[in-house]
Every structure is written in C-alpha cells, then in structure tokens.
Design a protein around this ligand. Structure first.
Ligand code: HEM
Length: 408
C-alpha cells in the first residue's frame, strides 16, 4: 500500500508533509460544505437514487453475491456492497463537482477501481504487500501488476474528471452539482501547485484516492451493519420509526441538522458503530521523536498501533459491552449523552478527517431508509451472525433481508 501511495496523500504520510496535506484537505473540504448541512442536498439526491435501486431491485450485478427479487410489495435482497455506489458517488461529487448516473459504465469502472484498490491494499490482500521486493521478480504473480492496474485506473479517472472522455457521460447536473463544479479538483490542482510545487498534481491525486479509499467502505459497511441490527432488533427499529414519524412525519426527508432532534436514532447509530466498530485497529503511525508516556519512553521511529476495539469494548467502562443497547447513549430525559470512550473515529491528531461527513451521511442514509422502509428477516432464513469479517475495515457476512414499503 505504501508503493501505491509513495508516502504522499494523508493516510500514509507523516511529518511536515502530512501537516500540510491534512490542513489543505480540511480547508478545501470545508469549502465544499463538508460536514455542513449544505451537503444535505447532495445526500438527498443519492438517497433518492438508492430508493430507486431498492424499489426496482436492481442491485449492481458486479457484487460478489448479487441477488434480489420482488414479490408483490416485498423486496428480498442480499445485502452486500449495496451502499457502495451511493457513497462513492457522494465522494465523487465532492471531489469532481459532478455525479454519475449509476448505470454509467465509467461510474461502474470507478466503483471497481475503488473496491479492488481497497481489497488489494491490505497486507493479506496480495503477496507484494508483505514482500515488496517480489514486484521486481514476479510482478504478475505477486499481485503487483493487478494492484497497479487498479491504482493507475483510479488515478487516471481522478486526474481528468473534467476530460472530454468523461464529461459527456455525466448526465443531468443538479444546481447543487453545478455550483460545486466551480470548486472542483481542477481549481485545487492550481492551488496545490503553489503549495507543493514538486508533487502538486500527484500529491493531490493520492489525497483524493485516500478520501475514496478511507471514505467508501467505512460508510457503506457501517450502513450494512445498521440494517443487520435493525433486522435483528425489531423493537429498536420500531422505536427509530416512531421517533421519525413523530418528529418529521412521512414526507420530510431527514437532514443532518435533525441529529439533535432525533436523539434515539443518533443513539442507535452510536451503538451500532460501537459494538461493531469497522476500524478496530487503525493504520499504524510512526513516533516522530522520543516521547514519554505514563513513565515509558517511546523511542523515535517506533511504529504505533491503537486498539480502538479495546476502548469500545472495555468491560469496566461499558459494563455490558457485548450487549446491543442504544439507551447507554441516552440520559433519563432521552437526550443524547457523549461518552469520552466512544472513539470510533480514532484519537488525537490523526483522528478521522472525514468524521463530520461520515456522521452526517450515516445519519441521513440510515434515517431516510427507515422512514420509508421496514426491514426484517425473510421467513425461514437463518439468523445472520453479527460478527464481522476481518479486513482493513470489518464487513458483515452477506445476509438476506425483506424490505417492505412502510406507506403501503
Ligand atoms: C463510518 C465511517 C468512518 C469511520 C468509522 C472512520 C474511521 C477512521 C479511523 C479510525 C481513522 C484512523 C485514525 C487514526 O489513524 O488514528 C480514520 C482516518 C481517516 N479517515 Fe476515516 N472513517 C470513516 C469515514 C471517513 C470518510 C467518509 C472519509 C473521507 C471522505 C474519511 C477519511 C479519512 C482520512 C483521510 C483518514 C486519515 C487521517 C490522517 O491520517 O490524518 N473517513 N478514519
């Protein structure tokens, strides 16, 4: 994974270069409305598209276990990679200022690049990640060639999102995406050239790749876990829907600004992400200078891993960490209570750069789906396990659910 990034970008860099990249990324992402309620319109557009997909049962056929069929008003579907296209399109809109229609073949290409790059990036993904020298001896068999194909593919798409090759395919643009266009990657490259003359375009491309890789699977896997818990805990689902009905009614789409009003929904999201945190051990970091911590000296260049899973499942702190209990995040009046041990997005300076976008996107997608649909286990279906499949981010085992339109 270092080979594909060359220590550029923000996830796998450190020192002054990382400080500049992070600052640059945050500033521009704020310009885009990252984490602000102005992102709601873009999210709503994606949610509407997701609804169309759900209602037409057109789960993308490229997934590992595509399967969906409709009987009367009931949609049974296999949940796996269902949210990837919504989230990747959301990130693509942020990066390029334009969204794709889901059936666009270029968009499907981007999805494959993001998905494959993510899978190949993990140490267990391909041999070359463990023995980098093998790329010189057996580039094909070590997986190096394949990794490079996907990485270069994604880089190529990011390099020229405005190129004539892609522009005609972008379809109808909403006013939101037209407005975003003015602050697209094109402009950023010009600015990056002043900031990092040596690596301007390359650095920015890797930075954008980081956003895709760090942002897509994390959010979509979490949404899959949310549906899994709703299917298994019908009572919790009922309470979320009751809250939505009483605060928003059936028509008004949930927005990020509603997070403070929909406290039970917010608590459910916090509990799903705590009990099955999808990044149990974040990427390692390097100790930049000898550091004293609780009486121990950590030498320079020590590689440090943080065990977030341990924090989120500490028995002494949580009492019953293995129990799914959203109420642990609510006080006696039903107000949301923050917990300083809830560190799903990491700790300290390297904390998740996309946290506010992720929290808002999770909230808008999750509540919008529950407002419109009811999710349950198809009759006779075995109870799906909640234990995730390990990886750079943990993923639920594929499971089938029954989706019913609530208005019917
Ligand atoms: C449920 C969603 C998400 C979760 C649980 C999550 C979690 C994390 C965690 C645990 C880290 C590592 C912190 C560390 O190294 O100590 C991280 C880093 C990062 N995340 Fe996220 N993330 C999510 C969504 C996103 C999104 C949507 C984006 C961007 C679009 C994003 C961009 C990043 C980046 C760029 C870093 C590296 C930051 C740095 O090293 O300075 N993440 N995330």
């Amino acid at each position: 994974m270092f080979l594909t990034r060359c220590f550029k970008g923000v996830v796998f860099s450190d020192g002054p270069f990382w400080v500049e990249q992070r600052r640059f990324a945050l500033r521009h992402l704020r310009d885009f409305g990252f984490g602000k309620t102005s992102m709601d319109n873009i999210m709503h557009e994606e949610v509407q598209e997701l609804f169309k997909v759900l209602e037409a049962s057109e789960i993308h056929p490229d997934g590992p276990v595509p399967f969906a069929f409709v009987i009367c008003n009931l949609l049974f579907t296999q949940i796996s990679r269902m949210f990837n296209q919504s989230i990747v399109n959301l990130l693509w809109t942020i990066v390029s200022g334009q969204r794709f229609s889901y059936d666009d073949e270029k968009f499907q290409e981007i999805l494959t690049y993001v998905y494959k790059s993510f899978r190949l990036d993990v140490p267990g993904g391909i041999l070359v990640n463990v023995f980098p020298f093998l790329r010189f001896i057996i580039p094909k068999w070590s997986g190096y060639e394949e990794a490079m194909e996907y990485v270069h593919g994604l880089q190529g798409m990011l390099r020229h999102p405005w190129s004539p090759k892609i522009a005609p395919r972008l379809g109808s643009q909403s006013s939101v995406t037209r407005a975003l266009n003015a602050t697209s990657l094109c402009r950023l490259i010009g600015e990056a050239e002043c900031l990092f003359p040596a690596v301007a375009e390359e650095g920015l491309i890797v930075l954008c790749m980081d956003l895709f890789i760090a942002g897509s699977d994390t959010v979509s896997n979490t949404l899959e876990f949310c549906l899994l818990y709703m299917v298994l805990y019908q009572e919790v689902q009922r309470k979320v829907q009751e809250e939505l009905d009483s605060v928003l009614g059936p028509e008004c789409m949930p927005s990020a600004g509603d997070r403070t009003r929909l406290t039970y929904s917010e608590a459910v999201l916090a509990e799903v992400t705590r009990i099955n945190n999808i990044v149990p051990i974040p990427p390692p970091h390097r100790c930049m200078k000898p550091t004293k911590l609780k009486g121990y000296i950590i030498p320079e260049d020590t590689i440090i891993f943080v065990n977030l899973w341990a924090l989120l499942h500490d028995k002494e702190h949580w009492g019953d960490p293995e129990v799914f209990r959203p109420e642990r995040f609510l006080d006696s009046e039903g107000k949301f209570v923050k917990d300083e041990w809830y560190n799903v997005f990491g700790l300290g300076k390297r904390t998740c750069l996309g946290e506010s976008l992720a929290r808002n996107a999770l909230f808008v997608f999750f509540t919008s789906m529950l407002q419109r649909f009811h999710f349950s286990l198809p009759e006779g279906e075995p109870t799906p396990p909640t234990k995730g499949r390990p990886g750079l981010t943990s993923t639920p085992e594929p499971f089938r659910i029954r989706i019913t339109r609530r208005s019917s």
